[in-house]
Design a protein around this ligand. Structure first.
Ligand code: HEC
Length: 134
């Protein structure tokens, strides 16, 4: 192979890899609840408005209200959840997160969010997942 041809081959190889990584990341920023697909970028402003006061801008449970709350808000960066249909040590499904958010947690400060649209809740599920360790 001539040096020039080899360079082109290597460069396009990287192109394919970067493209694949981009696609994987885009899929990781989606949620699927029934026929509704949630999108993390759309969930972000909703999260910042309704959730960040407790769960923190970075999902680390350091919102301004968190210090007054017992039990503490969930720290999404720990990837540990109470309501899972999945085995211990694994992440909940999108539906688990959606249902927990919709129901809220009675006897805690976590309100039910049923008043927000299903699309909005699905978008926030997609956004919350971006805080979990990859
Ligand atoms: C007033 C404070 C507060 C606000 C606002 C709040 N949460 Fe929570 N949230 C909590 C607390 C406290 C818990 C932990 C409850 C527990 O441990 O039983 C929690 C837990 C959770 C969980 C964990 C579910 C599980 O299975 O462990 C999710 C998901 C969640 N909240 C999502 C949200 C979303 C999305 C919003 C915004 C729409 C939001 N929360 C707004 C206080 C809040």
């Amino acid at each position: 192979m001539r040096p020039h041809t080899r360079w082109v081959a290597v460069a396009s190889g990287w192109g394919v890899l970067l493209f694949a990584a981009g696609v994987t990341r885009a899929v990781a920023q989606e949620s699927h609840i029934g026929s509704v697909t949630g999108h993390a970028p759309a969930g972000r402003p909703l999260y910042e408005r309704y959730c960040a006061g407790c769960h923190g801008d970075d999902g680390d449970a350091r919102g301004e209200n968190a210090q007054w709350i017992d039990p503490r808000p969930r720290d999404f960066t720990m990837a540990v959840f109470k309501c899972r249909s999945t085995p211990t040590g694994t992440l909940p499904t999108d539906e688990d997160l959606f249902n927990a958010m919709t129901r809220g947690f009675v006897t805690t400060n976590m309100p039910p969010w049923v008043a927000l649209t299903p699309q909005g809740r699905a978008d926030m599920v997609a956004y919350i997942k971006t805080f979990s360790p990859k």
